[in-house]
Design a binder for this molecule. Structure first.
Ligand code: 99T
Length: 209
């Protein structure tokens, strides 16, 4: 086995990092990457991370030649071109744009959920803005509704970029919004998630409770 040639700025609670880790598992590339534990929030500053990604966000992937890739979508695209199996991001045609659009909607869930997390965990209580949080939550619900009503068969047909992204988004809701009861409102999504959660790639990347 060759030594790892890439370094991933990593946190076990980041769903964006988890997408990358799931793809590494699914494509047999885990041994190519060293994980560098990294704390990233808008109120902490990590000089090394900021050098790698001026946005100060994880994941960032340092390649063997010193170049750094971010954000998670770029990293996933890169890593998917580094293995010999079937691509998890279709290379061209309508399938490419559809699967990337589904993945983008899952990322929108994550963006909103991470903002809610920062608002409710980092911001001082007297400065919190309830209506703004509700607006973010509404984005999450609309996206979940669309996956439930219009995309469940597409998710079920292939564990690719779209499915990985939705699965990581649902996992993050379980981590940060355990009271949200999304399974009751979106039963088909719940059944699908129960199944894909059993995949070794999802089991191995479960965030700490
Ligand atoms: O916003 C910051 O300053 C630091 N936040 C992050 O690094 C989060 C960590 S999730 N990452 C992103 O927001 C990346 C988004 C980017 N578009 C991508 O990579 O796709 C940590 C959540 C948690 O621990 O609860």
């Amino acid at each position: 086995m060759s030594s790892p040639s890439m370094t991933l700025s990593h946190s076990p609670t980041s769903p964006f990092v988890r997408k990358v880790m799931v793809l590494l598992h699914e494509t047999g590339q885990l041994d190519r990457v060293t994980l560098q534990p990294t704390q990233a929030t808008p109120t902490t500053s990590d000089a090394e991370l900021n050098r790698r990604n001026p946005a100060g966000k994880i994941p960032a992937l340092r390649l063997a030649d010193g170049n750094v890739l971010h954000d998670s979508r770029v990293i996933l695209d890169y890593l998917d071109q580094q293995h010999v199996g079937d691509p998890l991001i279709p290379l061209q045609g309508p399938a490419r744009w559809r699967r990337l659009t589904l993945a983008s909607l899952a990322d929108a869930i994550l963006d909103a959920a991470v903002l809610i997390r920062y608002e409710s965990f980092l911001r001082p209580p007297d400065k919190r803005w309830e209506q703004w949080q509700q607006g973010q939550q509404a984005k999450i619900e609309r996206a979940l509704q669309q996956f439930e009503n219009e995309a469940i068969a597409e998710l079920a047909c292939h564990f690719d970029i779209a499915a990985i992204s939705v699965a990581c988004a649902l996992g993050y809701l379980d981590l940060r919004q355990p009271e949200s009861n999304w399974r009751q409102r979106y039963p088909q999504l719940a059944d699908w998630y129960a199944e894909v959660s059993q995949r070794p790639s999802m089991q191995a990347t479960q965030p700490p409770a």
